[in-house]
Write a new protein. Sequence first.
Length: 188
Amino acid sequence: MDVKLVGERIKERRLELGLTMQEIADKINVNKSTIQRYESGKISDIKTPIIESIANFLDVSPLWILGRTEIKVHSERYEKATHLMNLNYRSVMNWSEDQAFSEVDTVIIREHFHDFLSHYKKIIEKLANAQYRWRSSEETYFKLYKDRLTEEEIRELFLKNEIERELDAASEWIKALPSWIARNESSK
């Protein structure tokens, strides 16, 4: 993590929005001096939840703060997709309660959903890292495959290679779902 860049981006966005360091500090429950040290690059290990909290408050992408993208503010499409994802999450939580399941059954459903989201999160994290690594591998891949594949196919090949293990693990987990549910129900 380039702490100097992180600090510059936090400060840049804070000033764009006309906010004080104290306002950010109050929102994320830290001292003003901590925000000051973030902005000056004096704290080298800023935890992910803090970056996310700052990004949410400043209405920017956490990846932009970290310097992994130049996309600062979320698009309307991003906001809509995030809203729909949140609605679906809440729907599953409400549905599992509204179906007159026992508390044990509701716990099983919610644990399953949590596991599903954990697998998906690993895939997305791996994909984000792969996209970052793509910048340094792009030229090599194009040299190897430019005669046989389109640019889009080359990038797809790279990304598939990068996340294949996580996709296989998620697929195996889904295939094992019926036995997982049966096992959990028998241990009630």
